[in-house]
Unconditional design. Structure first.
Length: 100
């Protein structure tokens, strides 16, 4: 059984026991998390969400992504700016997919 969930402005196809990296979700390691925005379950497409469907998981770890360099430049004006950014991420293990 698989599902497509939406969290953090992105969509993820998940199955039971999958590990997914999503944008930061508040919570401690080991605490449960529930995703209510289920767009599809086993080929059943919601309009826009599948009624009564829910995906539950458990937070495995709070982490950060790879460093992304942000470089801005305007030619012939001597303007250069260099910044770095690391996105806060959460590693979640999918435990259960409930279809209505």
């Amino acid at each position: 059984m698989y599902a497509v969930i939406k969290t953090g402005g992105k969509q993820y196809k998940v199955e039971k026991d999958d590990l997914i990296l999503v944008e930061r979700i508040d919570g401690e390691e080991g605490s449960p998390v529930s995703f209510g925005e289920v767009l599809m379950v086993n080929g059943k497409i919601g309009l826009p969400l599948v009624d009564g469907a829910k995906v539950t998981g458990q937070i495995v770890r709070q982490t950060r992504g790879e460093k992304v360099i942000v470089f801005k430049k305007k030619r012939r004006h001597g303007y250069r700016r260099k910044n770095g950014h690391k996105q806060d991420l959460t590693l979640v293990k999918i435990q259960e997919i409930v279809a209505a």
